[in-house]
Design a protein around this ligand. Sequence first.
Ligand SMILES: Nc1ncnc2c1ncn2[C@@H]1O[C@H](COP(=O)(O)OP(=O)(O)OP(=O)(O)O)[C@@H](O)[C@H]1O
Ligand SMILES: Nc1ncnc2c1ncn2[C@@H]1O[C@H](COP(=O)(O)OP(=O)(O)OP(=O)(O)O)[C@@H](O)[C@H]1O
Ligand SMILES: [Mg+2]
Ligand SMILES: [Mg+2]
Lengths: 223, 223
Amino acid sequence: MIEMQNINRVYDTGRVKVHALRDVNLHIKEGELIAIMGPSGSGKSTLMNVIGCLDTPTSGRYSLDGKAVNDLDDNDLADIRNRKIGFVFQSFNLLSYASAFENVELPLIFMGMSTAKRKQRVTEMLARVGLADRMDHKPNELSGGQQQRVAIARALANHPRIILADEPTGNLDSASGKEILQLFLDLWKAGNTIIMITHDPSISENCERIIHLKDGMIENGAV
Amino acid sequence: MIEMQNINRVYDTGRVKVHALRDVNLHIKEGELIAIMGPSGSGKSTLMNVIGCLDTPTSGRYSLDGKAVNDLDDNDLADIRNRKIGFVFQSFNLLSYASAFENVELPLIFMGMSTAKRKQRVTEMLARVGLADRMDHKPNELSGGQQQRVAIARALANHPRIILADEPTGNLDSASGKEILQLFLDLWKAGNTIIMITHDPSISENCERIIHLKDGMIENGAV
Ligand SMILES: Nc1ncnc2c1ncn2[C@@H]1O[C@H](COP(=O)(O)OP(=O)(O)OP(=O)(O)O)[C@@H](O)[C@H]1O
Ligand SMILES: Nc1ncnc2c1ncn2[C@@H]1O[C@H](COP(=O)(O)OP(=O)(O)OP(=O)(O)O)[C@@H](O)[C@H]1O
Ligand SMILES: [Mg+2]
Ligand SMILES: [Mg+2]
């Protein structure tokens, strides 16, 4: 369902130039549970952004569920980002002026969910990540790990079938990290596809397969 | 040198109220290497901000090197924050419009270091954290772990005697994390005081003592 051929991504601002992904070949089937690991700066987040249709490769082909992403129009892309894929960002990307509740609610508003159903879904998601008593707090009124959990709740609110999580437990103590891992495992057993960037062996050892990145290349060739 | 008695910190915005630190008693001597651990939301960053004179307690007494912090004027406080204490923030707090080099250089400009000496010091610090080839990148042109390392370089640039690091390896792979740990251990052996918030046992097991926080309280009473 995720097919990448000869994917390259070069960042070139004129002032700086970095070849962040080099000839990446990747094949991920529906329902897989995958960990992406590698040194800081090796291209993991860049790869995740391309998978999530948030960034366009400099060259190469990427098809998602059989359709070339390059050929999709803005509506298709919006639909993918809002409904098909849930993305947990490494730096959370929360709206600073909105509460935890409102941050999680936003994608549900976009997909046209009713107010009553939104309230139920948001409350459920925030409770699931242990933040029932923090729903009215804004991001700067939350601890780092709490902000991370709001980002997780927001990514999962729409019940996406593909979950992309960029270091989802980096700011969490081991007990909270275990709860989040269990949440992802439950979603995987329900048939969803989960791809997690992690530095944490206690997470990667639970995954079906580990993709190792180094200097923008997948080690051991195509996967 | 760090003496806290009955420290309380209540966040009260009218809309939300959280008793983040409760009757904290703490005594840290010069030259100690300390880990602070505890669940997400337990008050670790709040405690660190009070120690670092970035936040004022709601009640209780805090003295640093024998002086009551409450009695210090703005100049004393600025001096403490710029020269005595190096602070690595959990969310990095880098200037988004400045390069890695400029971000690390800023505290050195404030203390009046010459241009030539600044160039040497900044280059040295960034090389020390493995970012010699990323000096001109702005934060949004850096990976998460690279941003974290810029924050570390900036905190250490002024050679402070007290280093406060809030989860300094949360975004780093284990190899990079080990290098950063070694950097802190070297600084500790040189006689500096190091206090690190961490969720990582491979860091805390290297510390002289571990302070455990839970629900705003230090477990096992005064330390
Ligand atoms: N400005 C604020 N207003 C209200 N509550 C706040 C504010 N900042 C933090 N809090 C609350 O205070 C508590 C302690 O926050 P703190 O950031 O110290 O936790 P922490 O131990 O560092 O957590 P983490 O491991 O997730 O970073 C949290 O429950 C948080 O929701
Ligand atoms: N906008 C950009 N412009 C230039 N270079 C960039 C840009 N964004 C990222 N880079 C560089 O591309 C490389 C890959 O970045 P990426 O964020 O994918 O790494 P990563 O594997 O996620 O690292 P980490 O584990 O530290 O989060 C890094 O060396 C980084 O400096
Ligand atoms: Mg990354
Ligand atoms: Mg914190």
